[in-house]
Write a protein that binds this ligand. Structure first.
Ligand SMILES: Cc1cc2nc3c(=O)[nH]c(=O)nc-3n(C[C@H](O)[C@H](O)[C@H](O)COP(=O)(O)O)c2cc1C
Length: 211
């Protein structure tokens, strides 16, 4: 086993993401929510760099964390219930989604900070490079300059099963259920297994901190 994820990564990225959701739950209205999302957009959608037949490429992706295998079925069931019960219920749906995120996705007991997840909406450069070699590097800046991490990852494209459902239900719970309206179909899940972490802050300048 490569060992535990580094403390600075957990504090500055994983727990910071949790703090954003906690702040969303306490927000007094849409202005405050928009402000939070604006300030934290770099944390929510880091840059994913790939390399291969489509060239050296970089694109922002909405990334989240995978729950541990033993909680996956339970998490998928809960998300389905939230989506069913909260469909079209706007603000209430957002609150239920936020509670789920705190209970599962940003909870170290149930979630795996070294496995990130997204879904792949197009078959562009990122897709072509990943199909070729399954490697990606995620660049995360903790704004404004509190930290920076480089995650070197092995990527799986998953087109069915619980992981596929998890990635798409996460999206639906946050973006489809509140409005009660779907703008696009489900897409293949992207699962990023973090193999190495570098601290790219200006204090550390690229020191390897994991494994
Ligand atoms: C804020 C933001 C978040 C994005 N999130 C995703 C995502 O989660 N999944 C995805 O497939 N594309 C996402 N995109 C689009 C990709 O960044 C990119 O446009 C797409 O992969 C095509 O570029 P490529 O050919 O370089 O891969 C996002 C774009 C932005 C601006």
């Amino acid at each position: 086993m490569p060992g535990e994820p580094p403390k600075e990564y957990i504090d500055l990225y994983f727990l910071e993401r949790r703090r954003i959701v906690e702040a969303l739950l306490k927000a007094k209205g849409m202005d405050e929510i928009s402000d939070l999302i604006y300030k934290n957009s770099l944390l929510l959608a880091p840059t994913v760099a790939t390399c291969g037949p489509a060239g050296v490429n970089a694109a922002p992706f909405m990334l989240s964390f995978m729950v541990k295998e033993e909680y996956l079925e339970e998490a998928v069931g809960k998300m389905k219930t939230i989506i069913d019960e909260m469909y079209g219920k706007g603000w209430r749906a957002m609150l239920e989604a936020a509670k789920f995120l705190l209970d599962y996705v940003y909870n170290l007991e149930k979630s795996d900070p070294l496995t990130l997840v997204s879904h792949l909406m197009s078959k562009g450069h990122t897709y072509r490079n990943l199909v070729d070699n399954g490697r990606a590097t995620i660049s995360i800046l903790i704004p404004p300059d509190r930290g920076a991490f480089e995650l070197r990852t092995r990527v799986e494209i998953v087109e069915d099963g619980l992981v596929y459902e998890y990635a798409n239900l996460l999206h639906d719970m946050i973006h489809v259920a509140p409005e009660g309206e779907r703008s696009h179909p489900w897409y293949p899940a992207l699962v990023f297994h973090v193999e190495e972490i570098y601290d790219n802050s200006f204090q550390k300048l690229g020191v390897k901190i994991y494994p």
